[in-house]
Ligand binder design. Structure first.
Ligand SMILES: [Zn+2]
Ligand SMILES: [Zn+2]
Length: 245
């Protein structure tokens, strides 16, 4: 049994953490079928769309071009994923990175992104937040994706850079804010790490995060990467807030 899988099994109980079926993966196939329905999403911000493909209304009407060329999300940020993500982030359960990465790799749009040989980069935490939590959940997701890609029979190459971006300040609580206010809040929050900026030049960078609410954080981080010389930026997020929330 691979070490990563063994670690996960040791760190999570052997029942489905949603329906308590036993024995099972952390989320059993029946719960995945029920709660991870395939969705058509906005190409730039991964908002669920009622129509076939393209951009959502917010992305079509924004004044500047989306800095994220293509954003793929695995699930809606809703039951049961919201609770599992809270455990992943706030209850010292980084083992959730494995099943979340597995779901992301099963979204059909993920494979074409990985086949471009991107440089995978996590959305960083501030040093203070990282110190409190002990790990960056986005970097845990990157590592889980890299490990699963290395075992993939399609031999997906995975290049990663943990410190491509630095987070210069904590953002005030964004919860109640709309997208424009969030973008104002985030101005100047991300910068390319001076020691690693050279590795970004000319690359397709794949930003990775656990949750996106409006896409504002991804957009701002992508702008910093493009300013540092990245050729283009796409994003993989595990969960996207549904538009109604
Ligand atoms: Zn279940
Ligand atoms: Zn959109």
């Amino acid at each position: 049994m691979p070490a990563a899988r063994r670690t996960l099994l040791e760190s999570l109980p052997a029942t489905c953490q949603v329906c308590a079926a036993w024995p099972a993966q952390p989320v059993c196939p029946a719960c995945i079928e029920r709660f991870a329905l395939p969705r058509t999403r906005c190409r730039a911000c991964a908002a669920a769309l009622p129509y076939e493909s393209g951009l959502c209304g917010a992305c079509l009407t924004r004044p500047d071009a989306p800095a994220v060329e293509h954003c793929v999300a695995a699930v809606d940020y809703a039951y049961p994923w919201d609770g599992l993500i809270a455990r992943f982030k706030f209850q010292s359960e980084p083992g959730w990175a494995q099943p979340f990465a597995q779901r992301l790799l099963q979204v059909p749009q993920t494979l074409p992104l990985l086949q471009t040989r991107p440089l995978m980069v996590p959305i960083p935490l501030t040093a203070t937040r990282l110190g409190e939590r002990g790990y960056n959940q986005a970097w845990e997701l990157v590592k889980a994706l890299r490990a699963q890609c290395s075992r993939d029979t399609r031999a997906l190459p995975c290049d990663t850079l943990a410190d491509a971006l630095v987070r210069l300040g904590e953002t005030p609580d964004q919860h109640s804010l709309g997208r424009d206010a969030r973008l104002r809040n985030l101005r100047g929050v991300f910068a390319a790490h001076p020691a690693h900026a050279q590795r970004l030049v000319g690359r397709h960078v794949l930003l990775v995060d656990d949750v996106t609410t409006t896409g504002a954080t991804l957009h701002t981080a992508a702008q910093a990467l493009l300013q540092a010389g990245a050729a283009r930026v796409s994003a993989l997020v595990f969960a996207r807030t549904p538009p109604s929330r």
